[in-house]
Design a protein around this ligand. Structure first.
Ligand SMILES: [Zn+2]
Ligand SMILES: [Zn+2]
Length: 161
């Protein structure tokens, strides 16, 4: 029982790693137009884009659940929370609006996690910011959009003055 919450955290980290590399693969020119292009038809996405995928991508996206239950001892509650949190973050990433509070910018959460602005830049530029939950892989692999922080600040300044 004690592992219910840690299992969710570990599964989100595993999912982020899985998603980052799968996403980069789908951006390979030979695969992109046959698969991931469907998702990128939303240049300025809305929550409806969250699960707008090509059939092949939907299968590879969904396969994460199999990977997770095979490598992590997951309680049913952990699986439920993982799916729910993943769904909420996915919708937030495609919201088309930034909703993070002002304090978020100066917290460590800003340094480690994605925002709606983060994924929105991926959709508008078609490259960079490939990760799903955390900035880790984009930072390590040098794929983070260099204008991200500037763009985030511009939007938040508009919201909060
Ligand atoms: Zn993409
Ligand atoms: Zn997207």
């Amino acid at each position: 029982m004690w592992f219910i919450i840690p299992a969710v955290i570990v599964s989100l980290i595993v999912h982020d790693t899985y998603f980052y590399w799968m996403h980069r693969l789908l951006h390979h020119p030979k695969l992109f137009k046959y698969t991931h292009l469907v998702h990128h038809k939303s240049v300025n996405p809305s929550p409806w884009a969250s699960y707008s995928f090509h059939f092949f991508e939907a299968i590879t996206e969904g396969a994460i659940l199999l990977v997770i239950v095979m490598i992590i001892p997951m309680h049913g509650i952990s699986i439920g929370l993982f799916v729910l949190i993943g769904f909420m973050i996915n919708v937030y990433g495609h919201l088309g609006y930034e909703v993070t509070p002002k304090w978020f910018r100066n917290s460590f959460l800003f340094e480690i996690s994605n925002t709606s602005t983060y994924h929105n830049l991926h959709h508008s530029k078609f490259k960079g910011n490939y990760s799903l939950y955390f900035r880790f892989w984009d930072k390590v692999m040098g794929t983070e959009n260099p204008d991200y922080v500037k763009e985030y600040d511009r939007i938040q300044n508009q919201r909060f003055g």
